[in-house]
Ligand binder design. Structure first.
Ligand SMILES: [Zn+2]
Length: 466
């Protein structure tokens, strides 16, 4: 079963790579960075599904990675008198299934658990791997810092989280989450979390556990509390969420503090410098073979750095975030690499995040120091169109022409007008969101458009949100 699974995985990866290149070429000529024809978007997302097909992948003689048991990956390293577990999924139910699958390869006791970072999908199932033994649990000194920020706005973050991941979408609307399957069972979130007992110092740690040599390297990126794990003998690298098969989520639309993009690129560059024979990502299939793994990491680091540098150059040339979000691109020689397609992260969102992260909200243009309030602007736009009726016609005509973004923008003006049919504007917004969703292969965008449309339609959203 084992051999077959591995061969299939390789074939699936190769097939997916060819498909991605073809589809990405098509995507390149379409409008918007992640908008393509509806059937193309679906084909791409379906192909990406292979990246989290459920199974255990043998990545070295004594190293196994369970993919697709929940959203993230969990790995087992088999040593002389015990095993080491890296990341533990979201809750004990899914973790127990992965632990059971691992037992086919070793039933030695768990000597250590390592958390690559503090996101819930990597830490919530630890108890399921542990029997009577009390393993040491390794994490960075700043473990947990990522979740400590923005607590004041939790009510809105929760709403946005549900939309980004499409948690309330029907099965027919669901595709996936970019680097994770849709429809995971999240009911036992965090119930198996065990607190860290060993702190990895800021200058890293080299140690031996169960006869296995390990190196921990502090690696800020998706979170400030991230580390990666290197097995110098096996030449296997566990990247955590600083690497997976998709352009990285340098900004999450569910709402996060600034992710340090420059350090993210540097952290992945450090991984590439080790020239691993295998890279095990926090999500999606491991990449095996020294050439493939090392190239993927150095390409990834370069792509992040390029998006950062282009944005900084644009900022210093006086450009604002709206312009830069359309101008900055993944370099030509990297954009069709299967691990850089924007299934999860989005370049335009990253650009805006870098802008705000480095300079805050103000774009430097005095026009935007005190812009008109939305209602006054809407009235002036209506006058410009020749009256409310004409503005409504423009909105409907944009929808009819599948000019969905423009239809959305006009509906947002119409909603402020006292003499307008707001129910109609709401309907146009719902249809335009669904039109955009159908053409979208960036999973968070797609899920967000669809979720928001459903919420508007069901009347869950107040006038403020509309
Ligand atoms: Zn994750």
């Amino acid at each position: 079963m084992n051999r077959n699974k591995i061969t299939l995985t390789h074939r699936a990866n190769a097939r997916a790579a060819v498909l991605f290149c073809l589809l990405a070429l098509i995507a390149g000529v379409a409008r918007g960075q992640t908008q393509v024809k509806p059937d193309t978007a679906l084909r791409m997302l379906n192909a990406q599904q292979q990246q989290f097909e459920k199974g255990v992948v043998k990545v070295a003689d004594n190293v196994f990675t369970a993919v697709g048991f929940h959203g993230a990956n969990t790995s087992m390293i088999v040593g002389t008198d015990g095993v080491i577990i890296i990341d533990t999924l979201f809750g004990p139910a899914s973790a127990a299934k992965a632990a059971e699958a691992f037992r086919q390869y070793s039933d030695k006791p768990v000597k250590a658990i390592i958390y690559t970072h503090s996101h819930g999908d990597h830490i919530g199932g630890a108890s399921a791997f542990v029997g009577d033994e009390k393993p040491e649990i390794y994490a960075t000194e700043s473990f947990g810092s990522a979740e400590g920020v923005n607590k004041a706005v939790n009510p809105v973050k929760q709403k946005r989280n549900i939309r980004q991941f499409g948690r309330n979408l029907s099965p027919s609307e669901s595709t996936n989450r970019g680097v994770a399957p849709a429809g995971t069972d999240d009911s036992d979130r965090g119930k198996g979390f065990l607190p860290p007992s060993v702190t990895v110092p800021n200058d890293g740690l080299k140690t031996t556990i169960a006869g296995i040599e390990l190196e921990f390297v502090i690696a800020p990126g998706e979170t400030d509390d991230a580390l990666f794990v290197w097995l110098p003998k096996e030449k296997v690298l566990f990247a955590g969420d600083n690497f997976y098969s998709s352009f990285p989520n340098l900004y999450a639309i569910r709402g996060t503090a600034y992710r340090d993009v420059l350090n993210w690129s540097k952290s992945v560059g450090k991984m590439a410098a080790l020239k691993p024979h295998v890279v095990v990502p926090g999500h999606t299939m491991p990449i095996q073979g020294q050439q493939a793994a090392t190239t993927a990491l150095s390409d990834y680091s370069e792509a992040i750095r390029s998006v950062y540098d282009q944005t900084v150059r644009g900022i210093n040339a006086g450009k604002g975030p709206n312009q830069l979000a359309h101008e900055v691109k993944i370099p030509e020689h990297l954009k069709n690499k299967p691990y850089l397609i924007q299934f999860y992260g989005s370049v335009p969102h990253a650009v805006r995040a870098i802008y705000a992260g480095l300079l805050g909200w103000y774009d430097g243009n005095p026009t935007t120091l005190n812009p008109l309030e939305p209602k006054i602007r809407a009235q002036k736009i209506s006058e410009l169109a020749g009256g409310t009726q004409q503005l409504i016609e423009q909105m409907q005509s944009a929808l009819a022409k599948h000019d969905y973004q423009w239809a959305l923008e006009l509906s947002d003006h119409v909603k402020w007008l006292d003499d307008a049919d707001r129910t109609l504007a709401r309907k146009v917004k719902i249809e335009a969101l669904r039109g955009l969703a159908a053409r979208e292969y960036n999973a968070p965008n797609r899920n967000y458009y669809l979720s928001y449309a459903n919420e508007l339609e069901s009347g869950q959203l107040s006038e403020v949100w509309f």
